[in-house]
Design a protein around this ligand. Structure first.
Ligand SMILES: [Zn+2]
Length: 327
């Protein structure tokens, strides 16, 4: 029985007995440590896979628990290898299972057969998680040498010059911060002056033409923008001139036609507008009506055709006269 209680007997001497367990001659793990002198600790062990007992040939399912004798039997590098010796619960046989740190699994050593239900990734189209092929030969020494030579060349030809260039650049930029700052501030001051002058010029233009304050004027130092603006200005000017000349011509025609019609109307004695519109079909003076109509047509023609219209009147006049006469 383990020393659960904290009763210290009268003959207990802490100098002589380091602990209560030592005083009673018991291990702290109690009965489970009864074979501790042989390096065996009794633990609860659960079967990690299905097995068949080697003695009674019964199937024992995964997850059945046993009081197993746990023993360290070796090392894989620094990892201890343990063996678990269990007594079959259906017969008197014993079987032994070991850990396999190399493959991170358990193996049956004796007294039973393991049911092979391992998932093989390679068999199922995957990759082996643990490469434990003992027949893998040593690495090709020439290939390894070639690889290291290529790496050395890359270091000498690419990496070292690149690092040196970066170092030089860094030195160049961080050697004299005062001069850099001065140069930078000087440039900022100049730019600020230019910006201010431009802003003032824009303000003046906006004030002169009554443009909105928020309107952003394009910078005039661009040749393309200048040329575009000039072209637009010339087009606008041409259109204005054409409009003006057309208006002037119209006014001139009206002035030229109007004074003549009253005299001819007075001579004919018929209605002014009807005689002018209906031309020769109406009664009265056909010659003066025809003349008024021709003049009106000429004015309209020259108005629509511009300067070229002036060359055409003789032909037009003839055809118009012909037409008028036929009707
Ligand atoms: Zn058995």
């Amino acid at each position: 029985m383990q020393g659960f209680n904290k009763y210290y007997p009268p003959d207990y001497d802490p100098e002589k007995h380091s602990s209560l367990n030592a005083y009673r001659g018991k291990h702290a793990l109690g009965d489970r440590a009864r074979k501790i002198d042989k390096g065996i600790l009794i633990v609860r062990f659960e079967l990690p896979f299905n097995i068949w007992c080697g003695t009674c040939n019964n199937h024992i399912g995964m997850g059945v628990r046993y009081n197993a004798e746990k023993k360290k039997i070796g090392n894989y590098y620094s990892t201890p290898i343990y063996s678990f010796r269990c007594k079959c619960h259906l017969c008197d046989g014993w079987f032994e299972i070991e850990t396999d740190p190399k493959n991170t699994r358990y193996v049956v050593v004796s007294g039973a057969r393991q049911k092979d239900e391992e998932w093989d990734p390679e068999e199922n189209g995957g990759y082996a998680v643990h490469e434990t092929d003992p027949n893998q030969g040593p690495v090709d020494p020439l290939a390894a040498l070639e690889k290291s030579t290529a790496a050395q060349n890359h270091m000498n030809n690419v990496q070292i010059p690149r690092i040196e260039a970066l170092q030089n650049l860094s030195d160049h930029y961080s050697s004299d911060p005062y001069a850099h700052s001065q140069r930078l501030r000087k440039r900022f001051r100049e730019q600020k002056k230019i910006d201010k002058a431009r802003e003032e010029a824009d303000e003046a233009v906006k004030r002169a033409y009554g443009l909105p304050e928020v309107l952003a004027l394009p910078a005039d130092d661009d040749e393309e923008i200048r040329a575009k603006a000039k072209e637009a200005w010339e087009q606008g000017r041409q259109a204005l001139e054409e409009r003006e000349s057309a208006k002037r011509r119209k006014v001139g025609v009206e002035i030229g036609v109007v004074p003549r019609t009253p005299s001819s109307l007075r001579a004919s004695g018929s209605g002014g507008k009807s005689s002018r519109n209906s031309g020769s079909s109406g009664g009265g003076d056909p010659v003066s009506a025809l003349r008024a109509k021709i003049l009106g047509n000429t004015a309209r023609q020259s108005g629509s055709l511009g300067s070229l219209g002036r060359l055409k009147p003789p032909d037009t006049k003839l055809s118009r006269v012909g037409l008028v006469k036929r009707t």
